[in-house]
Design a binder for this molecule. Structure first.
Ligand code: C2O
Ligand code: CU
Ligand code: CU
Length: 460
């Protein structure tokens, strides 16, 4: 895997100034973007009676807005960096052009303080996605920069309402202020959990929903660390999609495991009676923790789940499994303890993890080898081997893959962009390498991502 032809020449210095019409600097641009999305530091009340300083958000000052795009329709977003540090924005799960993927040095230069970058996104499929920075990732996400993105089409499944639920924790003390965003000893294990669970930046909100109506709940776990098990209690409901991909067979919304980066769409038929509260709960060692409540309001709309049209399946190319090439990826401990290379996109100061025995050297300019080079259009089986005692949600940018098998458990044949690889598990997944470019491949526990468990695949 050495030799110049297989090295990735990462964008650095002035190399990216000539980015083409699809992205780059806004200066001199005549046409306004569809959306201007500022990134800024804000203060906001999360814990009742306190105001949290040092938060960060997208948009006008509240929680990050849910962006709504149309399938197949280009949508341009001017990200304006009003922070006093660099950032970049990644659109998690969207299979889009590599130059729009938001990974510093791999696909663009970091957006410096005061600068802007225009992203043009043409989402190929509908579903529930999200967006977040990929530079200073732990700090910026922990402070609030995780928003949801929904791709719709003209076809309507027949819901009365669509309700995004951005599920995440914040690490706050009792005074509502941030405490240390991670602990190194946890980063070397399962990761550092937050202290306050929120939905859409609120602690246990209650949403009023018309009684007897049909609501699409879009759950996205945008937390930096927490792998959770969730139950929807009350009402009649079924999980209709996972990670933006409709399920051929909807399942009951009980014991849904959602790791950082993953999503679940639930079709809820709201109960008829105003006292029949529905709740979304997180399982914890101390019992269920209620994250959000739904209260039926008014006379029953009298709808039934059977009235919903099934969601249209996504057109993700099916890998040819007759004679695929198999590639091995070993997720392990870091063979060396060197700190990652410093740079404007920050480091945690530690290296703990590796992929194929190589620890990511940090988000910094300069050439870096891809973990593997894939031929465009060819099918591959990726054999993911977890040598560690921790679980890792493994995420691939730019392409989705199908889960084939595990040596530990029965797994459903789902299509996803983020798969939870359990401790000591070997899982095989397959994909068609149909999207050219350098695609980040990493654990979505951000402390792991930032302390070595990152690499990239090249499709050429
Ligand atoms: Cu949602 Cu590279 O990440
Ligand atoms: Cu991603
Ligand atoms: Cu991990």
């Amino acid at each position: 895997m050495s030799g110049m032809s297989r090295r990735g020449f990462l964008l650095g210095g002035t190399a990216a100034v000539a980015v083409g019409a699809a992205g780059g600097l806004i200066a001199g641009r005549a046409v306004a973007a569809d959306l201007t999305l500022p990134v800024s530091a804000i203060s906001r009340s999360i814990l009742p009676g306190t105001v949290t300083k040092g938060m960060m958000s997208f948009g006008a000052g509240g929680p990050p807005p849910t962006l709504r795009l149309l399938r197949g329709r280009p949508f341009s977003i001017d990200v304006v960096n009003d922070l006093d540090e660099a950032t970049s924005v990644h659109w998690h799960g969207l299979r889009i052009a590599n130059a729009m993927d938001g990974v510093p040095y791999l696909t663009q230069r970091p957006i410096a303080a005061g600068e802007s970058f225009r992203y043009t996104l043409t989402p190929p499929e509908t579903g529930t996605y999200w967006y977040h920075p990929h530079c200073n990732t732990l700090d910026q996400m922990a402070r609030g920069l995780t928003g949801m993105l929904v791709v719709e089409d003209d076809e309507d499944a027949g819901f009365d309402q669509d309700l995004p639920l951005n599920i995440r924790d914040f690490r706050l003390g009792e005074d509502g202020q941030f405490i240390e965003l991670f602990k190194a000893r946890n980063a070397a294990r399962g990761g550092t959990l937050g202290t306050v669970s929120t939905v859409n930046w609120e602690v246990t909100p209650i949403y009023d929903l018309p009684a007897g109506s049909l609501v699409r709940l879009r759950l996205a776990v945008t937390d930096v660390t927490r792998i959770g098990t969730y139950d929807l209690d009350g009402g009649t409901a079924k999980v209709v999609a996972l990670d933006a991909n409709p399920l051929p067979q909807p399942v009951a919304p009980r014991g849904i495991v959602i790791a950082p980066g993953q999503r679940a769409d639930i079709a809820l038929r709201v109960p008829d009676g105003e006292d029949e509260i529905v709740s979304l709960n997180l399982r914890t060692a101390k019992g269920p923790r209620v994250l959000v409540r739904f209260r039926p309001i008014g006379a029953s709309a009298g709808r039934t789940l059977g009235e919903l049209k099934p969601l249209r399946p996504n057109r993700v190319p099916e890998p040819d499994l007759a004679d695929p090439e198999t590639m091995d990826f070993v997720f392990g401990w870091s063979p060396n303890g060197d700190a990652p290379a410093p740079g404007v996109c920050g480091t945690l100061g530690y290296t703990f993890w590796s992929i194929n025995r190589v620890a990511w050297r940090g988000d910094a300019p300069g050439p870096v080898d891809p973990l593997a080079a894939l031929r465009r259009g060819k099918s591959y089986v990726l054999r993911l081997r977890n040598e560690t005692p921790n679980d890792h949600p493994i995420h691939l940018h730019g392409m989705s893959f199908r889960l084939l098998r595990s040596d530990k458990r029965k797994i459903a044949s789902l299509v996803t962009d983020t798969a939870l690889l359990k401790s000591q598990e070997v899982m095989e997944v397959a994909l068609v390498a149909d999207n050219p470019g350098n695609w980040a491949f990493h654990c979505h526990v951000i402390e792991h991502q930032k302390s070595g468990l990152t690499g990239y695949l090249r499709v050429e």
